[in-house]
Design a protein around this ligand. Structure first.
Ligand code: HEC
Ligand SMILES: [Cu+2]
Length: 337
């Protein structure tokens, strides 16, 4: 099950993540070296002191002369200061080289991401594309992600692709994503934002640029005509005997006459709610509920009936439907490719 997979932190899969990673390696190496040296010196001191006490019957001799104190004190101040200044210099360089310093003109694509309790709204300005918890990007190019929050502070983090940037209500922060290779990379909200913070995950799917263009085009289309005969030029002919209606059309009817439409949008239909994720191309997504369940029939059924059991405290209320209605509703949702 997708939901149980642990997001990866290593190895870095893009330039920015590579910079963050090398900075982390530097800190790890220097930190480990300092630890080894300090522990070694401390052990030597303990051993020497024990030896000298054994020789002098408990009388402790002065360990160092006055000059020795000066030298040790000097080194103790200067060496850590140099190490800290060095690491700070590298962090300043990493900050300069990554993240928010580039402007829109230099980037291949601009994506807007809104953090919400407890999911991610994703929009492609200029393309009429909106999705949730799944960000598609082209490989080998810098993608500008503009981040804001609808409620509390969240934090956007795709460890293999970039650094970590907070989403703050009323502010727009910017981060650059770039992936060298096509693939799926895990992201996670990294600032505690409420009870379902841990299930505020997302994926970044990197495609070769032509494939990415294809994805964008498909997502820009309105929801598929659900009942082909509806849109068929020949549909007004007597053949339209009203019955039997397809499951998709029946499910669509249930969706449109339920509370779903107050919170969800399906482009090209009367459902224009904005409180919850856009469902226009729901069936094309890998997971639902920001990673809490995979996107399949069984999970959709659980989610629609008992969202508060699956993800307690999320905004969606449960809906009571009989088995047939639920089945048809899910058939409709699964037709939204
Ligand atoms: C009060 C608003 C509200 C109503 C009513 C509502 N939903 Fe939702 N729905 C949400 C929110 C908010 C989420 C995201 C929850 C989360 O992940 O934290 C969601 C998530 C979903 C998802 C998962 C989408 C994804 O990409 O993760 C599906 C599917 C869904 N709702 C279907 C329905 C259906 C079908 C109905 C009607 C029976 C319905 N919803 C009614 C607010 C609502
Ligand atoms: Cu969070």
């Amino acid at each position: 099950m997708i939901a149980a997979r642990v997001p990866l932190m290593f190895p870095p899969a893009g330039d920015d993540a590579g910079r963050v990673d090398s900075h982390w390696q530097l800190m790890l190496t220097v930190g480990a070296a300092v630890w080894v040296i300090v522990v070694t010196v401390a052990l030597i001191a303990v051993v020497r002191r024990r030896r000298s006490t054994e020789h002098t019957d408990g009388d402790v001799p002065a360990a160092t002369t006055g000059n020795g104190h000066l030298v040790v004190g000097f080194l103790g101040a200067v060496v850590p200061a140099l190490i800290i200044i060095g690491i700070m210099a590298d962090s300043v360089l990493v900050l300069r080289d990554t993240g928010s310093t580039r402007d829109a003109a230099d980037t291949a694509a601009v994506i807007e991401v809104d953090g919400k309790q407890f999911w991610w709204e994703v929009r492609y300005p200029g393309h009429d594309v909106e999705t949730a918890n799944e960000i598609h990007i082209p490989t080998g190019q810098e993608v500008r992600v503009e981040l804001t929050s609808a409620d509390v502070i969240h934090s956007f983090w795709v460890p293999q692709l970039s650094g970590k940037v907070d989403l703050i209500p009323g502010e727009t922060n910017v981060l650059t994503l770039d992936a060298d290779e096509p693939g799926t990379y895990w992201g996670q909200c990294a600032e505690y934002c409420g009870i379902q913070h841990a299930w505020m995950r997302f994926v970044v799917v990197a495609h070769d640029p032509p494939e990415y263009e294809g994805w964008l085009e498909a997502q820009a289309r309105p929801a598929q005509a659900t009942d082909r005969t509806d849109d068929d030029p020949g549909a007004d002919e007597p053949a339209a005997d009203a019955e039997p209606v397809s499951d998709v059309a029946a499910g669509r009817q249930i969706f449109m006459s339920s509370s779903c439409v107050y919170c969800h949008t399906v482009a090209g239909t009367e459902a224009q709610g904005t409180l919850g994720p856009d469902l226009t191309h729901l069936a094309s997504r890998q997971m639902i509920g920001a990673g809490v369940l995979p996107n399949d029939r069984e999970s959709l059924a659980r989610w629609i009936e008992h969202p508060q059991e699956v993800k307690p405290g999320n905004v969606m209320p449960g809906t009571d439907l009989d088995d047939d209605e639920l089945d048809e509703l899910i058939t409709y949702l699964e037709s939204l490719e």
